[in-house]
Write a protein that binds this ligand. Structure first.
Ligand code: SAH
Ligand code: DHB
Ligand code: MG
Length: 221
């Protein structure tokens, strides 16, 4: 469908110029690999884009749904001011433990709290407890949960909140959805595009394959 060699060369060029890796990020990737976590975190360039988006809205409170080893969390948390905070939700106790160590190593454990449990339940509890709204929400957990995570995120948002979601091309499969997960993601894309509460777009991001990042902003009215 696409010349992937060209896309990979462009992504490597962008990474080299705009998203150079440092010790803490490299430590996170190698510690995650050593601990047996799947190699499915955002790419360096996508991580940088997430960070830049958080900087652009002056985010002081960030919510992540799906922590894995903390690679995207570190990018996002680095956009926070000294007083900023981030909450990241992770179903796997093992992933959460690895992420906490990586976040600690990156010097961000004062700012980032990793909460273990099913995101649906954790989000419902946060809403019940009257948690303050977030400035940025990054949805990146189980893909079937995306429609529900969107609704719950909107409840934890304010006008201007950025709602971001990873993997929303599902490697291209949403164009002609042939499995349940792709159908759910296509429905998610449709509702994001049509939701009167949001201004939104879906952009390609390059990894081993091309995938997508959804970017939505909660409207002012
Ligand atoms: N955001 C990470 C990658 C997340 S991968 C990064 O880019 O660095 C998806 C993660 O979501 C996995 O760690 C998986 O365990 C977690 N997950 C899956 N289902 C979940 C659920 N129902 N609630 C919370 N986390 C979940
Ligand atoms: C995969 C990639 C992801 O970014 C993710 O959040 C979950 C799964 C994958 O390639 O399988
Ligand atoms: Mg992802």
């Amino acid at each position: 469908m696409m010349d992937e060699a060209v896309l990979e060369a462009l992504d490597a060029y962008v990474e080299c110029l705009f998203a150079p890796q440092d010790e803490a990020l490299e430590f996170t990737l190698s510690a995650s690999r050593r601990a047996g976590l799947p190699d499915i975190q955002v790419s360096p360039a996508e991580g940088r884009l997430l960070q830049l988006l958080a900087l652009m809205v002056g985010a002081g409170r960030i919510l992540e749904i799906g922590t894995l080893g903390g690679y995207s969390a570190i990018h996002l948390a680095r956009a926070l001011p000294d007083v900023g905070t981030m909450v990241s939700l992770e179903a796997s106790a093992h992933h959460a433990e690895v992420a906490r160590a990586n976040i600690e190593h990156a010097g961000l454990s004062e700012k980032v709290e990793v909460r273990t449990g099913d995101a649906r339940k954790l989000l419902a509890r946060m809403i019940q407890d009257g948690e303050e709204p977030f400035d940025v929400v990054f949805i990146d957990a189980d893909k079937r949960g995306y429609p529900e995570y969107l609704e719950l995120s909107l409840t934890l948002s304010h006008p201007g909140t950025l709602i971001l979601a990873d993997n929303t091309f599902r490697g291209g499969a949403v164009v002609q959805p042939a499995d349940e997960t792709s159908r759910v993601l296509h429905e998610f894309n449709l509702s994001l595009a049509r939701d009167p509460r949001l201004d939104s777009i879906l952009i390609p991001v390059v990894r081993e394959r091309v995938d997508g990042l959804s970017i939505a902003r909660v409207k002012n009215i």
